[in-house]
Design a protein around this ligand. Structure first.
Ligand code: GCB
Length: 612
């Protein structure tokens, strides 16, 4: 059904544009709100050096007769051809990247095999999905020695129907994860963050009835304009996988005494609309979430959902009809203090404590979707979010297969999080080169996002134009495809001095802009004058002049310094200063406050650089 949707869009709206050609598979929405069997915990692992002949044959095709079989050699008698054994192999914690768990794997890029046993009791007339929150970058799953599925993309979830492979009692699962980078991947071979490999987010088994709710979209009904008085209707769809036409679906919001029934169409999709008297809208000051109960046949699910309206009016951004200014920071999915990928409640708590300290009402989750916990927390706390797919700088924009991957990633991101009010922007890319192939690619992708979700704004972070004069004119044609434009620039760090910012005049189209990146590196505890590189004083100086410059740009509605916290990057190799970290954080990787924090706080609370 989702496939049909993409194709329909292609015919009606893209014209000669790129058209996605990969069918989208079932993805369970709201897994964290379903009963499931967690497979988190210790998994056995074995490492394969490239070219990883247990995973790939000479032609690069995936093999199913290698480690996937999980056989045990009889070590006391020979000869034996299979020389591996998961049962006596060491374990590591899943979810977790391998780099921070095994010192010998810190720089490892390649294939690591994971295995665990689990108990299972099949129930008749149900389907059981193997759910992986994220595995970076390619992963292949076998259950009881049989291939279940493959997935590409390191930051979005996938679900595979394991029903026919599971048996009562003892079962085992093997997952091979390959973190090797390739030119035609998303991201491509080169990027400024750390290539943490492994099964980096929750893994579980989810059992549902044979007809079940896989996907739903519950949002404040969107009209041509917003009026507070009329903001009392919730609409959307519930998709029932396995169902045909005529199944009834119930949507209930008990707290508001609202309930409605809708009926599926031939694709299993039931569109609904329900009036909610006294509906309280979600906003940062009042992040109201409702328990929304969905039911279809014997399947039921309750999610926590907020309702709000976000739109653009000229150069302003309106939340529930009120103009807003966004103040916050960028953040990578880098776990504070312990390092590694963010994937626990504790990590989320730490990240939010830094966001609170700077009085943020907004965060750009760079440069890929983060753990679902982050977005749930943002929903609960009323923090607005920019969510992005990892189209970072140089991607193979001329290739259809790369476009297909991008569309799948975009849909996986949107589907996982579309019921979370906190997300106000979907970003299709970061700092891509301004050329025809890229503009065609990203314009099609932005349209795809807009078609899939009309309740959010589409953005992208642009870079350039590089200027020598004091006039900076942004004319990137990609802006035509965006509702809100992100602008990155590093005056005072990659170019010129902090003071150069004072003389710049920005000539921008009449759209809302976010100054989505700017900043300077400073090693925590390194002090000197305002022009001494790598010092906290210089970072303060750069940010100060940046804020002053931003304050003079009428279209600016948001500001996110790069970056909230120092993060690992394999391209940052200046000993003593970087030591493998990008140091543009307002906080160090141990959450130590640099001198820039008080400046940001003062700016955000007393003298904002952006106005609603
Ligand atoms: C950028 C990129 C970001 C980098 C940052 C930097 O423009 O968007 O991913 O980490 O600059 O520090 O160079």
């Amino acid at each position: 059904t989702h496939f049909a949707l993409v194709m329909a869009f292609a015919v009606s709206a893209t014209g000669s544009m790129l058209v996605a050609q990969t069918p989208l598979r079932t993805l369970l929405v709201g897994v964290d709100h379903r009963k499931s069997i967690s497979l988190n915990g210790p998994w056995h692992y074995l490492v394969e050096q490239p070219p990883a002949r247990e995973l790939y044959d000479e032609k690069g095709n995936i093999r199913d007769n290698g480690y996937a079989l999980n056989t045990h050699p009889n070590i006391s008698s020979g000869p034996h051809n299979s020389e591996y054994d998961f049962s006596t192999a060491p374990t590591m914690k899943i979810p977790g990247d391998w780099n921070t768990q095994d010192p010998t794997l810190f720089h490892f890029e390649g294939v690591v095999w994971f295995q665990r046993d689990f108990q299972f009791q099949p129930t008749p007339a149900t389907r059981t999905f193997f759910h992986v929150g994220a595995a970076n970058y390619r992963s292949v799953v076998w259950v009881n020695g049989k291939r279940l599925c493959n997935h590409e993309g390191g930051f979005t979830p996938y679900d595979c129907d394991a029903t026919s492979l599971l048996k009562p009692g003892n079962n085992f699962v093997v997952i091979a994860v390959d973190s090797t980078r390739h030119q035609d991947d998303i991201p491509s071979v080169n990027y400024d963050w750390f290539n943490y490999g492994g099964i980096t987010r929750d893994v579980s088994l989810v059992t549902v009835p044979s007809e079940f709710i896989d996907d739903y979209d519950v949002h404040l009904k969107r009209g041509a304009s917003f009026s507070a008085a009329d903001a009392n209707t919730v609409s959307g769809y519930v998709h029932v996988e396995g169902a045909g036409e005529g199944r009834s679906v119930t949507v209930r919001i008990p707290e508001a005494n609202a309930s409605t029934t809708a009926v599926t169409d031939g694709n299993g999709k039931a569109m609904f609309e329900v009036k909610v008297n006294g509906l309280q809208l979600w906003s940062p000051g009042s992040p109201k979430l409702y328990k929304v109960e969905l039911q279809a046949g014997t399947d039921a699910l309750t999610d926590d959902i907020g309702f709000r309206d976000i739109r653009v009016d000229g150069t302003r951004i309106l939340l529930n009809g009120k103009a807003i200014a966004l103040q916050g920071a960028n953040m990578h999915a880098e776990a504070p203090i312990r390092g590694g990928r963010t994937n626990t409640d504790e990590d989320v708590k730490n990240v939010f404590s830094m966001l609170h300290q700077i009085h943020a009402n907004f965060v750009r989750l760079a440069h890929y979707p983060h753990d679902e916990r982050m977005v749930r927390q943002a929903d609960r706390e009323g923090l607005m979010v920019w969510s992005e797919i990892p189209l970072w700088q140089r991607i193979s924009f001329s290739k259809q297969e790369v476009y297909d991957k991008a569309v799948v990633m975009l849909h996986e991101m949107i589907r996982r999080d579309r019921n979370k009010a906190a997300i106000i922007f979907w970003s299709v890319s970061n700092e891509t080169p301004n050329n025809a192939d890229r503009t065609r690619f990203l314009t099609a992708l932005a349209n795809e996002a807009r078609h899939e979700d009309q309740t959010r704004l589409i953005t992208s972070a642009l870079i350039g134009p590089r200027v020598s004069e004091d006039r900076i004119m942004q004319e990137d044609p990609l802006m035509d495809a965006l509702d809100v434009v992100g602008q990155n620039q590093y005056i005072g760090w990659y170019e010129g001095t902090a003071e150069d910012a004072d003389r710049k005049t920005w000539i921008l189209p009449q759209k809302p802009f976010i100054m989505s990146e700017f900043g300077a590196e400073a090693k925590f505890g390194n002090h000197g004058g305002p022009h001494d590189r790598w010092t906290e004083e210089q970072q303060v100086n750069v940010l100060q002049h940046q804020f002053a410059m931003i304050r003079k740009i009428p279209q600016m509605r948001g500001v996110t310094p790069w970056v909230l916290m120092d993060f690992r990057s394999s391209t940052r190799n200046i000993p003593k200063l970087q030591d493998g970290y990008n140091r543009k954080g307002l906080f160090s990787e141990k959450m130590e406050k640099k001198m820039s924090v008080p400046l940001v706080v003062k700016t955000y609370t007393e003298d904002p650089a952006v106005k609603p």
